[in-house]
Structures are given as C-alpha cells and as structure tokens.
Write a protein that binds this ligand. Structure first.
Ligand code: ADP
Ligand code: MG
Length: 736
C-alpha cells in the first residue's frame, strides 16, 4: 500500500511505505576473488616488472632498512606508477594521509601537464611522488604550526601500497603518505605509528638476542581490527538530523523489542544486507583489503566485519579505507552505515577490537605459546613484559581510546569498562602463579573436548577460553584490545600499545642483563627470577572475572587501578611528565607533538558536544515541540468537550483526560524550559577555556541533554504516530 493510498502525510510513514530492496543486475559468472584481489593496488610484482632490478632492490632496501632511494630511482618508480595508474584509467593522483582529525585527507592533482598551447601530456615525477605540499593551514595542528606559516608536507610512505579509488566516472591514484610540518613535526596519525613500530622492533630484537636469537632482524606489530557497524535505511537516516550531524540519535524511545531475545546475533543475514556485504567485500578485495569474517552482531541491524591480520601500518590504512568504502557502498544500496560508538541509546554500541601481536621478519608470532608454554622462555618473557606494560601504562591505553563517542560505551555494561585489566585464561593464569611462587612445575592442559557423540569429531581446545568483558584479553596467540571505538582511527591505539610494550621490553632486557651479569648464573633460573618479580609487581592488573560487575569496580579501586570515565580526564594522561618522557624515550612523539595532540583531542571533544547540544536544541524546537503543541491543543479540545458533555455522567473520564493533559503539558514544559537552559549552557561553555569547557560538558551539559531526552522520549511514547516526525527505533532497527 502506498502512502498516497493511505492518505498519509507523515514523512516517516512515507519512507516506510516505500522501503523496498534495491535491485542489482546479478553478474552471470562471478570471478574468483583470487582473480582480482588487489587489482586496484600497485603491487610489488607490478612495480618489479616495470622498473629496473637495481631500482626495485633500492626500493626494497628503503622499505626494509629505511635507506631512501635516489632521485633517479624515484623518477623511475613515479613513471611506472603513472603508467600503471593511467592503464587502469586514472586521470588524477593524490597523496592520501591521515591528519589528526582521525579521518583521511586527499587533495587531487591531474597527471596532465601542458606542453604548449592546446597540447598536453601526462607527466609524474619522483619529486611529486615523494613529496606533496597541500596548503594545510586548516588542519588542526594544536599549535605545531601557525596559520601564517601554513606549510605542511606529505611524504610517500613506501611501506603501504598505492591504490586506485574508482567511481563510475573516473579513477584516482592514491599514494599513502605521512603528513609533517615545515619543522618535521608529525601532523598526522600515521608517522607516530611507523615510529612506534621501529621502537618496538629495536626493543624486541635486543630482548630476543639475550635468548640467543640471532636471526630475527626486525619485529613488526600485527593487527586485525574487528569492525562493528549498524545499517539503517537511508530514507530514515535523511529524516534524522542528529544521525547526520552527530552520528547518533539524540532522542528516541526504546522499541518494545530490542535485543532482549538475542535473536540477531549470528542470525541469518537479511538479503539486502548480504547484498551490501558482498559488494563491500568485492570493493575491499580490489583494494587488497583481506576482509574475511562477517556476521550479525548483538543489537538489531548491527553487524561485524573482520579482516585477516596484517602488519599494523597496512592494517591501519586498510581499516580507514574500509570504513570509507562501507559508507559509500551503503549509499549505493539505499542504506546508511553508522560507525558511531553509540548510535542508539539503550542498546549495544559498536566497538573495534584490535587484535594485536608481534611477528618477526620470518613470520613467527612471538605470542605463540607453543605446545609447552612453560618451557617457552621467550613467549613467557614477552607475555610478562606486555602485562607489565598494561599495568604501568593503563592510563595511556585509556587515553589512546578516549573520544566523545567512546565515552558512551566505556563502563556502560556492554563494552569493556574504563578500567584496564588483562585476561589470560585458566592455563596461563596457573602458569604465571607458578612462576610467581617460584614453582616451575608443568601445567596440565586439557587438550581435547569430547562431544560424547561418536560420529562427531573431538574438538581441540585453545590455550585460553574467552572473556568477552575484558578490555585487554589474551586470545590464544595474540592480545585483543577490545575497548576501541568503532569510528576510531586505530593508529593512535597501536602507537601507544607499541610504545608502552617497547618500553617494557627495554626494562626486561635491563633486568635480565642484571640478573645474569655474574658469571656462572643459570640463565633460565635467572630469567624465571625476573619474571617472578615482574608478575608480582604487575599482578593487580590481572583479572579473570566479570569486568562488567560492580564488584570489579570496587575491587579495581582497592587495587589502585585507574578508572576514568571522562574523555578529557583520560586524555590528560598524555601530558603527564613521565608519559611525555616515555614517548620521547621511545621516539614516538616529541613533547610538542603529544602536547599538541592533547589539545586537539580535547578541542574535538568540545566541538562534538557543542554540535550535539545545538542539534538537540534544534530538533526539540523545530520538530518535537511543534508536534507536541498540536497534540496538546487536540487533547485540550477533547478535554473541553468531555467537560461539557460528561462532567456529571462520567467524572472519572474527565479526570482521566485532565490528568493526561497535565502530564503532556508538563513534559512539554520541561522540554521547553530545559532547552532554554541548555541554550544558556551552550553559550556559557564557550566562555570557558578548553579543559574547563570539557569538564563542564561532561558534568553539566551532557546530563542536561540526557534529562531533556527523557522528556522527549516520554512524548514519543504517548503521541499519535502520525504526528511524530522522527523515525523511531522500531523502524530504523527493524525495517530494511
Ligand atoms: P573473535 O572470535 O574475537 O570475534 P574474529 O575471528 O572476528 O575473532 O577476529 C579475530 C581477528 O584477529 C582477525 O582479524 C584475525 O586476523 C586477527 N588475528 C589473528 N591472529 C593475529 C595475530 N597474530 N596478530 C594480529 N591479529 C591477529
Ligand atoms: Mg569477531
């Protein structure tokens, strides 16, 4: 039935009546993924076939040893890259970088150069490949660069392959780049990540040498980010300015059915969504993004996609690209992809689980416990060093995931709490307890789970069980940092994890050297002695129980673990003197770089809340209240009628209507009065400096917004469906 036939004028109803699957022309015989995987990336073998052997070798040396290529070699690679891009249909190129907003940035230039009046050729030089100079004055720099000296440079990052972005009417070559100021300060998310990988590598190699490992020459952090997201019909999205402007619903009553039945998790995927997922995967594969796992998540219309893990810097680029193409692909399917951490109050939000490990240049995973972890001294040392890092630098880890969006999740009984702790699982916990007490007995391992049915195979057991509530959990052969927000650029979290682990490796190396300095000491015994000491010191951070429980909050406080709810307070850890010293020691951030980031991220928080508050005020004043007044008049009229007709015959009915009218009137009054108050708060906040403003937002303005929301949601619950303008949860989350 169409909206017209129903004579409906409500925009929600109109959208709802029009929602239909978007139809696509199916491909007759789809190609195998392997036939086109990475076709839009400039692969190493492509480069190799297009440049001289010497140049290719120089390029590899640049990647492996950081020895920069010559100008001639850069010209040769640029020529090859241009020819490849043009053969794919590209007309423009851009350095593609990640400023401190956490988004990606691009400024396109054409390959075309004029050779005379009316004549043009395509040209691209090594200079242009290696360095770009966008007029970068409008990116946040936190004081690292004043607007009048706006120069910012982008520089090619040869460790991440160039790629082509295509739309129906053209293609653009994107060159992954870092972004620095005139003085060489990092103005981006990427350079600190690259530096942190170098720090981690140096520290890990030094540690490995103590154990007689002379082979590994580089260690890389590896990363597989699991990405959660929501999809809703684009028609609803367009009717919600809060979703468009802030990424989340600022008002909206809960649907009677939400996620109570848990029938969405891993459920059968709707056709429309599966179409989206298939196209998203195809686009990702073309870009060499190895997405693999996909499924329905816990909340209605919530999903997850996870890639195979890769070296961190590539994984970080790929996650940025993936988020971008998820949004774009959704649009083509008449859907909106929501990446906000908490798009819908009252139901689960979205996170990003950062699976993180370390690998040497031969691909060996340093966190692989092997068959007998108790004898795997390197594994144990690496594991204990990481536990120490989390214990000592819980505040930095918390800071690395702080944002206005994530503030809604952390500690909100669905996401890991803001308290950082480490989960190890039963076997490793027992093992560490033994190490701590100086016992070096073997730990038993129940390897096989019998299913008790003869035609089913037995299952092999992982070294650890899962703990879904832990923010930093060991999951078999990697750690899972589960507290990241879904919309985040993962680079900062990786850079911080790498930096604190590198620092802890350095500490372990020093301690082991000291313990084994006297000739004649038994190396293994000495190492166990160090491990025992470190486990004792760091044990408060180990927690195997339910991280969502109130009891843990109390217990963690007793243990002295930080529990910071507010974003601004969490960010302040970045600029503590000892943390600045750590970043400088590991050469991940200079003092001015980290101080700049602190200011930028507090400022972004402030601006986000300001935008949210203004959006709420606008929605209340221009959509909610006008409808509520109309309804108030309607109820008032009917009350008058009842009074006239039934005052004597049915007083109860009159009283009932009056009480409803009064309740409605009260909600309207509260909304209106509190919006007026909110508007004053918005102005007042602007008079405060950025940190005080953030505190004010957290302590005063956000509760005010929540208060207004409660009254608006009350109105939504009682007002006639046809008067309510904003798409409801029960529509957005169930109809597509
Ligand atoms: P879960 O069961 O936790 O939802 P998924 O299968 O969804 O797990 O995701 C696990 C992620 O961990 C994948 O992206 C996978 O590639 C990644 N991963 C596996 N091994 C490593 C490793 N050594 N380093 C980093 N990430 C890894
Ligand atoms: Mg998963």
């Amino acid at each position: 039935m169409t909206a017209e036939r129903n004579n409906v004028t409500n925009p929600r109803a109109e959208i709802t009546s029009k929602i239909a699957p978007v139809s696509f022309k199916p491909v007759e015989k789809p190609q195998a993924v392997s036939a086109y995987f990475g076709c839009n990336t400039f692969k190493e073998e492509t480069m190799r076939s297009m440049v001289s052997e010497a140049t290719f070798k120089a390029f590899k040396r640049w990647q492996d040893e950081g020895k920069v290529i010559s100008k001639e070699q850069a010209n040769e690679i640029a020529e090859a890259l241009k020819n490849w891009a043009i053969s794919c249909g590209a007309t423009c190129y851009t350095h593609w970088f990640q400023p401190m907003t956490g988004q990606t940035a691009e400024k396109h230039d054409s390959f075309v150069t004029l050779t005379g009046p009316g004549n043009a050729i395509e040209r691209f030089t090594g200079n242009k490949l290696i360095q770009g100079e966008p007029d970068a004055s409008s990116f946040p720099s936190g004081g690292l660069r004043a607007t009048f000296e706006a120069r910012g440079y982008t520089a090619w990052d040869p460790s991440s392959p160039a790629f082509i972005v295509e739309v129906d009417l053209g293609k653009t070559l994107c060159i992954p780049s870092i972004f620095v100021s005139y003085n060489g300060d990092s103005l981006d998310k990427k350079l600190p990540l690259l530096r942190s990988d170098a720090a981690l590598s140096a520290a890990a190699v030094e540690l490995l040498r103590l154990f007689g490992n002379t082979e590994a020459s580089r260690i890389f952090s590896t990363c597989g980010p699991e990405q959660e997201y929501f999809l809703i019909d684009d028609g609803y999205y367009r009717l919600r300015s809060d979703l468009q402007l802030t990424g989340r619903t600022l008002v909206g009553a809960l649907s009677p059915k939400g996620q109570q039945l848990e029938d969405q998790y891993f459920g059968s995927i709707k056709e429309r969504v599966l179409n989206f997922m298939n196209e998203m995967a195809e686009e990702a594969y073309k870009l060499g993004i190895p997405v693999t796992t996909r499924h329905n998540e816990v909340a209605p219309h919530q999903f997850e996609v996870a890639p195979f893990f890769e070296r961190s810097n590539i994984a970080a680029d790929h996650n940025q690209l993936l988020m971008d193409l998820m949004k774009k692909t959704a649009m083509r399917h008449g859907l909106a992809c929501l990446l906000h951490e908490k798009p819908f109050a009252g139901i689960n939000g979205s996170g990003k689980h950062l699976n993180w490990s370390l690998s040497d240049d031969y691909g060996n995973n340093l966190l692989n416990p092997g068959e007998t972890p108790e004898e795997n001294l390197v594994f144990l040392t690496v594991l204990v060093a990481i536990i120490q890092a989390v214990y000592r630098h819980a505040d930095l880890l918390r800071a690395s995931i702080a944002s206005a969006g994530n503030e809604h999740r952390l500690g909100a009984n669905e996401a890991p709490p803001a308290i950082m702790s480490v989960f190890l699982g039963e076997q490793l916990t027992r093992l560490l307890n033994n190490i701590r007490s100086g016992e070096m007995t073997k730990v038993s391992r129940a390897d096989i789970v019998s299913l008790g049915v003869s035609h089913l195979p037995n299952l092999t057991k992982d070294t650890t069980d899962r703990n879904r509530t832990s923010p930093f959990a060991f999951t078999g052969n990697k750690f899972e940092f589960r507290a990241l927000g879904s919309s985040m650029n993962i680079s900062t979290a990786i850079a911080v994890v790498n930096a604190v682990v590198a620092d802890s490796f350095n500490d372990m190396t020093r301690r082991i050297r000291e313990a084994t300095a006297c000739s004649g000491t038994d190396f293994t015994k000495a190492v166990f002695g160090v491990l025992s000491q470190v486990v004792k010191e760091s044990s408060p951070v180990l927690f195997e129980g339910d991280n969502y429980s109130e009891a843990w909050v109390r217990e963690a406080a007793k243990r002295g673990l930080p529990n910071v709810a507010s974003t601004c307070e969490a960010l302040a850890a970045l600029i503590k003197p000892e943390n600045i010293a750590l970043f400088e020691r590991q050469k991940v951030f200079s003092k001015s770089e980290i101080v700049a980031r602190y200011h930028i991220w507090v400022d972004i928080y402030d601006k986000m809340i300001d935008i949210e508050a203004r959006t709420l005020a606008e929605i209340a004043s221009t959509q909610v209240l006008p409808a509520a007044y109309a309804y108030q008049t309607r109820v008032g009229d009917s009350l008058e009628t009842l009074e006239r007709l039934c005052k004597v015959t049915n007083k109860a009915a009159v009283d009932d209507r009056r009480s409803f009218f009064e309740q409605l009137t009260n909600d309207i009054l509260y909304v209106h009065r509190n919006i007026a108050e909110l508007e004053k708060m918005i102005d007042k906040a602007l008079e405060l400096d950025e940190e005080k403003r953030a505190d004010y937002y957290f302590e005063t303005l956000k509760p005010q917004m929540a208060h207004i929301r409660r009254h608006i949601d009350e109105l939504e619950r009682v007002m006639p469906d046809e008067l309510w303008q904003l798409p409801k949860y029960r529509e957005m989350l169930f109809i597509a």
